[in-house]
Write a protein that binds this ligand. Structure first.
Ligand code: DQQ
Length: 478
């Protein structure tokens, strides 16, 4: 297949070259947003992992700096894996991350780093004091190769707490560590929470719902509700539950007792190892996540890069308290240029039309659909186990239905041989209520045979009884 070095993402984050994976330690400090990320300085495949570092004024336009954290002490000489930032009470940041300290196996310990010079707003250099590193080692029955990704720490009743992801047999868990001084950490007897799901990578734990529902809350402020997210190694998806936190016992209880197994997702696409941070400049909680590359390894090598971080999103608690809401951060709207408007088009089943006049590299699309009648909605077939992805895999963009598929070919070649669909399909559930499925169908997105292009899907919790539904889509068009 033909790989153009020019085929780079527009909206989403990527460094000038090479492999990236998880976002690490996002934070706001002295007027700058900082993003660190798992990075291979030597190529476009995973390996030689250091923390690359980019800074931004608006979370959209980034300047790449030199790597900030790289192997330099015995605890991290074979790799600097994922971790998080914490703002200490004096306003300076600290970073906790996982170091690999053996060449033969991925033996994992937790390492603490401080800025060399906290008055530098760019936080270019970090030091890892020998006096107390590593701050946590896999002793007392912890599996040394499954012990990683410390969270942002939070402060309550005289102690800092942080979580480290782990697994025992098939029980995934978030191990709790406590500290009075942030330097010496002791493992708590019980994990914050655990479930029979396999390894928990990149746990994230934060309060939601401040004075106003959309306001974010700093990790050390009590929130009405808490969110616990983990990245499941087994499925490669990020799942969260909403629940309550007992700070005396350091235990988390999901509101939905089945929550650990009927989990909510941040995203129904290719999105993993995500992390949130509290942005004090705009009093919001922002979510960042990694989209693994869909190209083949030889194509990645040829083009010189692999992986992106999806556009940052603001997240907050839905008024129902049962799920989170999210929207691309408002800063992305600054990128809007010429507006192209199409109105009042009638599209019959099997028809499509092209939106012309977009001669740019990217488009921020807002579209409203109005369905004339929902009467023909297909009955929802329980055989699909309520599994949106399974359903979408069978009923792709070319499979005619009762109501739908309707949506966008977000990107297509002139002869329509290559086209990527994002669409809806409406079903009727057992009570006759409409059920909305949203799909991404990339199966025809490329003529190249080597791409990773599964369909992704989720059910949309929206009231479509008026026949109206809106979609926002950020499209890169070159
Ligand atoms: N990636 C990191 C790990 C983490 C995994 C290594 C998740 O710390 O568990 O690059 O993608």
């Amino acid at each position: 297949s033909i790989v153009s070095p020019l085929l780079r993402t527009g909206y989403h984050f990527q460094p000038p070259m090479n492999w990236i994976n998880d976002p690490n330690a996002p934070m706001y400090y002295k007027g700058w947003y900082h993003l660190f990320y798992q990075y291979n300085p030597k190529g476009a495949v995973w390996g030689n992992i250091v923390w690359a570092h980019s800074i931004s004024r608006d979370l959209i336009n980034w300047i790449a700096l030199e790597p900030a954290i790289y192997p330099s002490i015995p605890s991290d000489q074979y790799g600097c894996w994922s971790g998080s930032a914490t703002m200490l009470q004096d306003g300076t940041p600290a970073i906790l991350y996982t170091g690999i300290n053996r060449p033969d196996i991925n033996y994992q310990v937790q390492v603490l780093a401080f800025p060399k010079n906290a008055s530098d707003p760019l936080l270019r250099e970090w030091e890892k004091p020998a006096a107390y590193n590593p701050v946590a080692a896999p002793v007392g029955g912890i599996n040394a190769t499954q012990f990683r990704d410390p969270t942002t720490a939070w402060y309550a009743d005289g102690h800092w707490r942080m979580l480290v992801g782990s697994v025992r047999d098939t029980r995934g868990m978030a191990i709790v560590y406590r500290s009075r001084d942030f330097r010496r950490w002791t493992k708590a007897k019980h994990p914050l929470h655990s479930a029979l799901t396999g390894m928990w990578e990149c746990p994230d734990f934060f309060p939601v719902s401040g004075p106003a529902l959309q306001d974010g809350v700093d990790t050390s402020d009590a929130g009405a509700k808490y969110v616990l997210k983990n990245s499941l190694d087994l499925t490669r998806y990020d799942y969260y539950t909403i629940g309550s936190y007992d700070k005396r016992k350091d235990r988390y209880y999901p509101d939905n007792p089945n929550g650990d197994y009927h989990r909510l997702r941040y995203d129904y696409g290719n999105f993993y190892a995500s992390k949130t941070f509290y942005d004090p400049a705009k009093r919001r909680r922002v979510l960042l996540g990694w989209a693994n590359e869909s190209d083949s390894v030889p194509d990645d090598k040829a083009k010189g890069w692999a992986g992106i971080h999806a556009i940052p999103r603001k997240i907050w608690l839905d008024p129902s308290g049962k799920q989170l809401l999210q929207w691309p951060i408002e800063e992305v709207e600054k990128l809007r240029g010429k507006a192209v408007t199409v109105g009042g088009k009638v599209v019959k089943p099997g028809e499509h039309f092209e939106v012309t006049g977009i001669a740019t590299y990217q488009a921020d699309v807002e579209v409203s659909f109005e369905i004339s009648s929902l009467d023909k909605a297909e009955p929802f077939d329980p055989a699909y186990d309520n599994d949106a992805q399974k359903l979408c895999g069978v009923k792709g963009a070319d499979v005619k239905g009762g109501v739908g598929p309707f949506g966008l070919w977000v990107l297509a070649s002139a002869d329509l041989q290559e086209k990527t669909a994002v669409f809806f399909r409406v079903f009727k559930d057992g009570y006759g209520k409409p059920k909305v499925l949203m799909c991404t169908d990339p199966t025809k997105s490329s003529l190249s045979p080597d791409l990773y292009k599964p369909t992704f899907a989720g059910f949309v919790d929206t009231d479509i009884s008026s026949g109206k539904i809106a979609l926002r889509s950020l499209v890169r068009t070159d």
